[in-house]
Design a protein around this ligand. Structure first.
Ligand SMILES: [Zn+2]
Length: 493
């Protein structure tokens, strides 16, 4: 009998697994099939059948513990009668389950038989959502986390404060909710406001959801710049004392946290301690980008601080602040991450050793940080990692400031420009960043994120020739359709 369907598993998988052997035959995947998960993988016993929308109680799919796999690695064998996933730990097993789930969408539940061995190229595979400029609901964030985990992404960077809104509740600081979380919308004359805090329950719920998908959550609060919302709530934290307002315009604002005011340091210490308690993962992002020093130049308190600390330039005062804030993060038991501006003004004070540098203004900051012995996350706005940029240079396309075409993402190499093996090893990976000045709701966010984020995921999991990646974009549309994601489908360049 002639075969009417000869599609192979290797043509349906995205990201491409490290090794794949196509075999004859198919496994018919339907909601009557069963799964048995190794009892040592406790968190997967409930999660795996729920994600695959099947039942526990039989062995059509078998998830087994076996030592010897690399970090996050797994094997997946699809036979005509049974599917077997093996991994050393729950993370690896989860990646295998995600590959299987992804294949159910791209194969229309008729899974071609195959044998896969798989593991990632980079440890840090993430995405950032700016929830300050526009607020995104916990339900939407969970939808994003779920799709991201389907592509083996493992870091959710949650940008929670900026000039236009503060989103984390902190005990003892009631003005954060009353003032910093809301802004007046200048486009309206009726005084309506925009914004709110997340509740602690919502933050814990999003975290639990991410953890069930083996994704680490990285909270960010901006310091010492991009703080208009915080200054509006507590004007004495600024050099001039205000008054300030939560901004409803986009840009960089001159007034920042006063580096000469000890009450600012006391607030930051309390905020970081509370954030460290609320977020259970190992990192806190401390911002550090786009901080003008003009207010510090004419502030007696800041100038006095510089004198006391023997600092000759305002850039060094920012470096002094960075060191203080990193020490607070360490004291709270976490590791700090900062945007690449943290490298500036560090001639006399140096940079805290364990600070991870996130390179966004191109790759130069990441290269310098690595050469100086720091771990690095590469997310250059010049090379396709900024998903608030347009997909293509077309005035009718959504997006802001620049272009990050799908082709650029498919060509992105987090190690480009890094010379020695030691410097390359310090690059943990990369992430796609979605700033939300012009993105007001989840549907628009989906259009900007997909399929670019999926393409980036393959670059970080197991990079392929760009042409091969671009040829398989229709697979990504298929998953977007299955998950009701409003994705971009226009030109790739
Ligand atoms: Zn000051």
């Amino acid at each position: 009998m002639a075969k009417t369907n000869t599609v192979k598993a290797s043509e349906l998988l995205f990201p491409t697994p490290r090794t794949i052997l196509d075999k004859e035959g198919f496994f018919r995947f339907h909601d009557g099939i069963t799964i048995a998960v190794d009892p040592s993988f406790t968190s997967l016993i409930e999660t795996a059948p729920a994600l695959l929308q099947i039942q526990q109680g039989g062995e059509d799919i078998l998830v087994k513990q076996q030592d010897g796999f690399p970090s996050e690695g797994y094997s997946l064998t699809i036979g005509k009668k049974q599917i077997v996933i093996k991994a050393s730990d729950e993370v690896g097993a989860f990646r295998g389950i995600s590959t299987l789930r992804n294949l159910t969408y791209t194969s229309d539940h008729r899974l071609p038989c195959c044998a896969i061995e798989d593991s990632p190229s980079f440890a840090w595979r993430g995405f950032m959502i700016d929830c300050s400029r526009h607020y995104f609901s916990p339900a939407f964030l969970k939808k994003l986390i779920d799709v991201a985990s389907l592509y083996h992404l493992n870091r959710f960077h949650w940008h929670l404060s900026d000039d236009q809104g503060w989103r984390i509740p902190l005990d003892g600081w009631p003005q954060l909710e009353k003032v910093a979380s809301k802004r007046t919308l200048l486009q309206y004359t009726d005084g309506r406001t925009y914004g709110r805090l997340y509740t602690k329950e919502e933050i814990l719920e999003v975290q639990a959801y991410a953890h069930a998908r083996h994704m680490i959550v990285v909270p960010e609060i901006e310091t010492p710049g991009h703080v208009s919302s915080l200054l509006a709530a507590y004007p004495h934290f600024g050099c001039s004392g205000g008054p300030y307002e939560v901004q409803d315009r986009w840009g960089i604002f001159d007034e920042v946290l006063c580096a000469g005011n000890n009450q600012v340091l006391e607030f930051l210490e309390d905020a970081i301690t509370q954030i460290a308690a609320l977020f259970s993962d190992p990192y806190i992002h401390i911002g550090g980008d786009e901080c003008p020093h003009t207010a510090w130049e004419s502030c007696p308190k800041c100038q006095k601080r510089m004198q006391e600390e023997g600092l000759s330039k305002e850039k060094e005062l920012q470096s002094w602040m960075t060191s203080k804030i990193c020490a607070m993060v360490n004291k709270a038991g976490k590791r700090p991450i900062g945007w690449d501006e943290v490298l500036e003004g560090t001639e006399s004070l140096g940079l805290p050793e364990d600070l991870i540098v996130m390179s966004w203004r191109g790759v130069a900051g990441g290269i310098e940080a690595s050469e100086r012995g720091h771990e690095v996350i590469m997310c250059p706005n010049t090379d396709g990692c900024y998903f608030d940029y347009q997909h293509t240079d077309d005035e009718e396309e959504m997006g802001n400031l620049g272009v990050s075409s799908i082709t650029q993402v498919a060509q992105f190499d987090p190690l480009a420009g890094l010379k020695g093996e030691t410097d390359r090893a310090r690059v943990l990976g990369s992430q796609g960043n979605l700033w939300s000045e012009k993105i007001t709701n989840g549907r628009q966010a989906e259009y900007m994120l997909f399929p670019r984020l999926m393409v980036l995921a393959e670059r970080l999991w197991n990079p392929q020739e760009p042409e091969k990646t671009l040829d398989r974009i229709p697979l990504l549309y298929k998953v977007c359709d299955a998950l009701s994601i409003h994705c971009y489908r226009g030109p790739l360049a």
